[in-house]
Design a protein around this ligand. Structure first.
Ligand SMILES: Cc1ncc(COP(=O)(O)O)c(C=O)c1O
Length: 606
């Protein structure tokens, strides 16, 4: 039998040969040579030898001896497969007089790729020479991220970044020399991961932030690896985006054909700029006024500003008791001599109110050449996934444009929004530019002049990342029905929270709620008291900050009727359970008692 320290070259199948050695770190090292060039190796410790052989060999010495024996006496039992596996299949004899046989099979995967072309030794690249190490980091990150999500309930909803962490991030100069990716990842684990805004947590109900999903995160990794540039041309990314836009047109009850157009964008803010730019193109150089309710989102003002439409052309319309745009007030305000961009909100940010979209469509239909009907569906549009909620959004079929987000209630990882435009040609003519010579279309190849869509002709960006894969994988994995159920669940949780607040009416009151997933509330002392509003607002602000800083939950601030400070709960969260809402209500009640015992609020009790 060969001794453990000997080096012998064993010829194998085809052009392969191997050497077995004990390396200086006391591993069993197996080197694989192809045509006498060292191509791969693998280092094995006792534990790995035992696992790989399914416990046939308990130690590296045992595996070494087994391999030596086989290579000398039964070479055909060892072969190289797929260029990087050593496959071992040996017969085991057992039973009376050893007449029965089973074949024991195991594989050893070579890990480190060692082949270096001498001619290229001085050329550098960002790819590693040794993929084994980086592979192990990749596996580690994958495991850690899955744990990060599976253990999310064990962590606070949010935690502030300690000064020492902020200092550690700020202290470093621009790196001149690289460092080990393992060290960089260690820094990510200590400086970055614990300090997100918290929106993946089951108790995150602030702002309108989606909760993402593991599948979406996997898609982000694949997208980053493909690193594809999605401006257009003959590549999968474009076909996936076209398919998604087609699905979304169907979901939004839009014409699902080439007369309409669309684009995946970073979010509703950009989608709104695009819609307004196309509308302005339609109206040529005429003055365009933007009509929206006073509850409409501030992204409209940004779009108006950027497109130089002029703030004097924003016409803010009052709302009715449901916080919907007042149609009569709108009609009265319409300027008969100028064009108009009429905005309907499909879920306002403050309360989730949904404007009468059919009513708005009817008004626009009376002057189709002058009025453009735009829907801001950032929050609510995707709730059309739910059969139960869909009737709230009637009127989508009449819109000239719909802007909405997939990173909110559709749980696609940030960022991802969408713009759909009814008038595809107009959309394209607003953004497309004569091709620079380096972008000239060809008769075939990557940039054929026939048949392919160039999404850079429909928006602000030439260089675009591939947003489509995370949407595609998310929609295909979970299906529209599941999203509809989650949205209904969130709406039911909001209704349940309203009922709980009513049960705790000696401590809390609902300020407003809407048909969707938003409840605005505040702590009160007693309905019968005349109370100092300034101190009550202060109490509620302190309550909001305490909830966040203790990591109990995240809710966000809201001013209702200008001067009442409230806490806003927006449940856009597939991880929230009904029991989380019950528990939160109890915690709120205890916190109210605790704060009201503080001297600064004692006057509220008198
Ligand atoms: C009603 C509404 N419109 C527009 C926006 C802007 O969307 P985004 O942040 O995706 O740009 C938001 C964001 O919350 C919103 O709630």
């Amino acid at each position: 039998m060969a001794s453990f320290n000997e080096k012998t070259i064993y010829e194998l199948n085809d052009e392969y040969s191997i050497i077995l050695i004990e390396d200086f770190n006391n591993h069993l090292k197996i080197e694989l040579y192809q045509n006498q060039i060292l191509t791969y190796d693998v280092l094995l410790n006792d534990h790995q030898c035992s696992t790989i052989t399914h416990k046939l060999c308990e130690t590296k010495a045992e595996l070494y001896n087994l391999l030596c024996d086989l290579l000398i006496t039964m070479k055909s039992s060892i072969s190289v497969t797929n260029s990087r596996y050593l496959e071992i299949s040996l017969p085991i004899y057992f039973g009376h007089e050893k007449t029965r046989t089973k074949v024991w099979i195991f594989k050893i995967e070579f890990q480190r790729f060692l082949f270096i072309d001498n001619k290229k030794m001085d050329e550098i690249s960002l790819d590693p020479l040794d993929w084994t190490e980086i592979r192990s980091l990749g596996h580690q990150i994958m495991d850690d991220m899955i744990n990060y999500l599976s253990d999310i309930r064990l962590r606070p909803a949010w935690r502030p970044m300690p000064a020492i962490v902020r200092k550690a991030i700020a202290q470093t100069d621009i790196p001149l020399k690289g460092q080990s990716p393992f060290e960089v990842y260690d820094e990510v684990c200590s400086l970055v991961l614990p300090y997100s805004v918290g929106n993946n947590h089951p108790h995150f109900w602030g702002y309108v932030q989606g909760t993402g999903s593991l599948i979406g995160a996997f898609a982000e990794f694949i997208t980053g690896t493909m690193n594809t540039m999605s401006w257009g041309g003959h590549q999968a990314s474009i076909y996936i985006e076209r398919q998604i836009l087609s699905w979304l047109k169907v979901l939004m009850n839009f014409p699902n054909d080439d007369t309409s157009s669309g684009l995946l964008v970073s979010g509703t803010s950009v989608a709104t700029i695009i819609a307004m730019a196309v509308a302005r193109k339609k109206f040529c150089n005429r003055t365009m006024k933007v009509y929206c309710s006073k509850e409409a989102h501030s992204c409209l003002i940004r779009a108006i500003d950027l497109l130089n439409i002029g703030k004097e052309n924003i016409i803010s319309i009052s709302t009715n008791s449901e916080r919907q745009i007042d149609l009569k007030a709108l009609e009265a305000a319409l300027d008969p001599y100028s064009c108009g961009f009429i905005v309907g909100s499909a879920g306002t940010v403050a309360t989730g109110a949904i404007d009468d979209l059919k009513g708005l469509a009817n008004i626009c239909a009376r002057r189709p050449n002058d009025l453009w009907f735009h829907i801001d569906g950032a929050i609510g549009a995707v709730a059309r996934c739910s059969k139960r909620l869909r009737p709230l959004f009637n009127g989508f079929e009449h819109a000239d444009s719909i802007a909405f987000d997939l990173h909110k209630w559709l749980f696609v990882p940030y960022e991802c929004g969408c713009i759909l435009i009814r008038h595809g040609e107009l959309h394209k003519s607003t953004f497309s530019q004569p091709a620079a010579s380096y972008l000239t279309l060809m008769d075939g190849g990557i940039t054929p002049s026939e048949g392919e869509v160039f999404f850079s002709d429909y928006g602000l960006e030439l260089s675009r990342n591939m947003k489509s894969l995370k949407v595609w994988m998310t929609l295909k994995t979970y299906g529209i029905e599941k999203f509809g159920q989650i949205m209904e669940q969130n709406v039911d949780q909001a209704k349940h929270f309203v009922r709980l607040i009513e049960q705790y009416s000696n401590q809390f009151e609902v300020l407003t709620t809407g048909p969707l997933n938003i409840v605005c509330f505040r702590c009160i002392v007693s309905r019968s008291h005349v109370i100092d509003l300034e101190i009550l607002n202060k109490l509620n602000k302190q309550m909001l900050i305490t909830i966040q800083e203790r990591g109990t939950a995240v809710v966000s601030p809201i001013a209702i009727d200008h001067n009442k400070f409230g806490l806003r709960m927006c449940i856009t969260n597939h991880r929230t359970k009904m029991s989380d809402i019950d528990k939160f209500m109890e915690q709120l009640s205890q916190l109210a008692d605790e704060l009201l015992n503080l001297p600064e609020y004692s006057c509220l009790l008198n």
